[in-house]
Write a protein that binds this ligand. Structure first.
Ligand SMILES: [Zn+2]
Length: 235
């Protein structure tokens, strides 16, 4: 059974689950979850766990020793409790749109310049890229952004699926982002933007580039030799 439901269906906003364990009163594991745990450049989800009308706000979600731990704002949950989980969808959906947009931008930059993405951090209101590039010109960057925004107006499907590790690692550019250094697993999850990009990736994405809307350049910084930092945000 798939416990990390967001890996299969990133649009799942609520689910009934059973509390498996509670540590120090506030760190809860569930038999299955819709809450994304912080990692891979994507922030954790927030939301609510509700037991018979009592609301426990989910304030942090992390993965420890392979288990997703939900930190709630007060004690009271017990192993065996049947609960309803609700995602803060507004936050998650922005992160999904940003995450897919980041993959498109990274793919265009990588294809056009050969630059490798050395760091990538999404936030609710912006996304940040670090990449290595000797010659850096804001005009060129803006051209990539224009191209990306054109793609966000097109009906381009995004898919995710698993591949055996050996097969996955044969895909050119499958690990162009530092976040995606593939975990030591026999099977890798691939996020494919049809016709443009395939990445080993554990994040949540939109199903179609049309959902992204438009992305703007916020600012660029030089972080030393060959090291560039750029900030984007959803319009
Ligand atoms: Zn990613």
């Amino acid at each position: 059974m798939v416990k990390e439901l967001f890996l299969v269906d990133s649009y799942l906003k609520e689910v009934r689950a059973t509390v498996i364990s509670v540590k120090d009163g506030k760190y809860v594991t569930l038999d299955k979850t819709i809450f994304y745990a912080k990692g891979g450049g994507q922030p954790h989800d927030t939301g609510q766990i509700i037991r018979q009308g009592e609301v426990f706000n989910v304030v942090y979600v992390g993965k420890f020793s392979g288990e997703i731990s939900h930190e709630v704002d007060h004690v009271g949950l017990q192993p065996g409790d049947i609960v309803c989980c609700f995602l803060n969808w507004e936050r998650r959906y922005k992160l999904m749109r940003s995450h897919t947009a980041a993959h498109v931008l990274a793919a265009l930059l990588n294809k056009g310049t050969g630059a490798l993405i050395t760091g990538n951090q999404l936030e609710e209101d912006h996304m940040r890229f670090d990449f290595s590039l000797e010659k850096f010109d804001r005009t060129i960057l803006e051209e990539y952004l224009v191209r990306a925004n054109e793609l966000f107006g097109e009906d381009i499907e995004v898919r995710w699926y698993e591949l055996p590790r050996e097969e996955a690692l044969k895909i050119p550019g499958v690990v162009k982002m530092a976040e995606a250094s593939p975990p030591d697993l026999p099977v890798l999850r691939i996020v494919e933007i049809v016709g443009l990009d395939k990445q080993a990736d554990g994040g949540t994405h939109v199903r179609n580039l049309r959902e992204i809307g438009k992305v703007d350049l916020v600012k660029t910084e030089n972080k030393g030799k060959n090291n560039r930092r750029i900030y984007f945000k959803l319009s």
